[in-house]
Write a protein that binds this ligand. Structure first.
Ligand SMILES: NC(=O)c1ccc[n+]([C@@H]2O[C@H](COP(=O)([O-])OP(=O)(O)OC[C@H]3O[C@@H](n4cnc5c(N)ncnc54)[C@H](O)[C@@H]3O)[C@@H](O)[C@H]2O)c1
Length: 249
């Protein structure tokens, strides 16, 4: 599976799963666009990519802003001339019981997790339509398909990502653009750190995983490389669950 000379944009690439995706693309020889709202994290990932010998562009963007999504596309084209892959990975999570969740929390969650995917995918699709080629990979979550306590807003936003994936896949298929989704299970990243700091929660989550351990960011790289590569050219509108088997039981 080669991604040599491909250009891959990864949102939320400053840490966690997004960083692993970005480094995974770099190891396969792709040019990587590290998109994040946090400048220092983004720059530190860019340094790691340079050390791997790949070309990198850092784009400090807020995925909830249309102008930022358009600039991300513009700057990528200036640096690399084309966009082969977009990974919509940036996301946020907070835990709140359904009954006390607020309207403000609703908008915040949906702004990043749903609107962010919509805006970045739309901006990039315009270029991919011109190219008549492209791969869009949306990062959802097993929370979209399995009920989890205190995650009603998060889960439903990730469910929307699945619906958006299928709708986009259908409309973009005539342009040879494949749109797929990855559903990670609980993975040791800064996002999950708060929940995993509670030993009871950690033990409970781990015991539900048939493969016997929580995920590491690197566990997700194979799935993203598959959806980004030519090997997945006849696969669109699909979901790949990477969760150690958690959601099958
Ligand atoms: N960690 C898990 O257990 C887990 C499980 C299922 C799904 N996911 C999903 O995987 C993706 C990555 O999760 P993670 O655990 O690596 O999270 P993380 O919080 O560790 O990293 C998320 C990154 O996104 C960036 N980001 C947040 N808001 C942004 C915005 N508005 N614009 C640009 N960048 C922004 C952050 O700065 C950060 O670098 C998310 O979509 C998350 O919902 C994570």
């Amino acid at each position: 599976m080669s991604l040599k000379n491909k250009t891959a944009i990864v949102t939320g690439a400053g840490r966690g799963i997004g960083e692993a995706y970005a480094l995974g693309f770099a190891k396969k020889g792709a040019n990587v666009v590290v998109v994040d709202i946090n400048p220092s994290d983004a720059k530190s990932v860019a340094k790691k990519i340079e050390k791997l010998g790949s070309k990198v562009l850092v784009q400090i963007s807020d995925v909830t802003k249309k102008a930022d999504a358009e600039k991300m596309v513009e700057e990528t084209l200036k640096s690399f001339g084309k966009i082969d892959v977009l990974v919509n990975n940036a996301g946020i999570l907070f835990q709140e019981p359904f009954i006390s969740s607020t309207e403000e929390q609703y908008y915040k969650m949906y702004d990043v997790n749903v609107k962010g995917v919509f805006l970045c995918a739309q901006a990039v699709s315009k270029q991919m339509i011109k190219q008549k080629k492209g791969k869009i990979i949306n990062v959802s979550s097993i929370a979209a398909i399995v009920g989890q306590t205190n995650l009603s807003l998060y889960s439903s936003s990730k469910g929307a990502v699945l619906s958006l994936t299928r709708a986009m896949a259908l409309e973009l298929a005539p342009y040879n653009i494949q749109v797929n989704a990855i559903l990670p299970g609980t993975t040791e990243t800064p996002m999950a750190a708060e929940a995993l700091a509670n030993p009871q929660t950690r033990a409970q989550l781990t015991s539900g995983i048939p493969l016997g351990r929580l995920g590491k960011p690197e566990d997700h790289v194979g799935a993203v490389l598959y959806f980004a590569s030519e090997e997945s050219n006849w696969c669109t509108g699909q979901t790949l669950i990477v969760d150690g088997g958690y959601s099958m039981v």
